[in-house]
Design a binder for this molecule. Sequence first.
Ligand code: G3P
Ligand code: CA
Length: 300
Amino acid sequence: MHIRTAAALAGALLGMPALFLPTSAAQAADEPQRTITIAHRGASAYAPENTLAAVDAADDLGIKWVENDVQRTKDGELIVMHDTTLNRTTDVEQLFPGRAPWKIADFTLDEIKRLDAGSWFGPEFANERVPTLKEYIRRVSHNRQSLLMELKAPELYPGIESQTLRQLRRQGWLNHQHVKHRLIVQSFNATSMETVHKLRPDVKTGFLGTPSVADLPKYAEFADQINPSHKTIDEAYVAAVHAVNGAHGKPFEVFTWTVNDAPTAVKVARMGVDGIITNTPDVVRDALEDAGHAVMAGSR
Ligand code: G3P
Ligand code: CA
């Protein structure tokens, strides 16, 4: 008999609701660990990445966590986009042919708002715009989703950490409930995550990369997660990361990226990762459910 079933049965016999059973029984070693699914740039296999349509596509699939990338315009507005240039995911080359290499930092928000950020993906998305961070957070809030927010190339945007935290605070995302359950800030730039941690020690942060095990204590001073490419990890590495406590005194979590097929999702879940960042969140979620590794929607 499965340990949780046995524990629930014992609780029922003793007249106790299963909820009040000792945690040690509920977290027995033979329980499969739970892995959450995060929609990478939104559900970006089904809608143009980092748009509100991609947030909604994730929501339509019942996916609670979305990942995005935050950068800043020439006139100091925070927007959501992955590349540091505008040409791959908008029609900027047609609208502003003389402005190569089309860096985000060289365009005002008014100019960026004129761009079509959907047609490159499919004609049905022709009206999509590049969202501001404010618009993006509003939509995530409306959908009751959670946010894994990446500061992309923060070295290009001095002060983006405090500016982003200000925006989050204005929209109610730095209250206890959000900080505890619905927000993680991550970056490939460790200094930037150190800054976020200094400014708001209560906010959970992640370092994107695969640092050596020997270096993990350094990351533990400011980060709660180590988030590596799935191509760089194995079970031993995940266990070694879990063996170190992060900035909040709990074992480092591991969210790996970018996994878009079922067999790889199950493989990395079996390595023990805590989260899988994916363009195809339905495929990953379903594979984890079939393998008994999924977190139920809304439970984390
Ligand atoms: O969240 C992990 C992943 O987004 C990091 O890579 O290039 O897609 O931002 P990238
Ligand atoms: Ca990203």
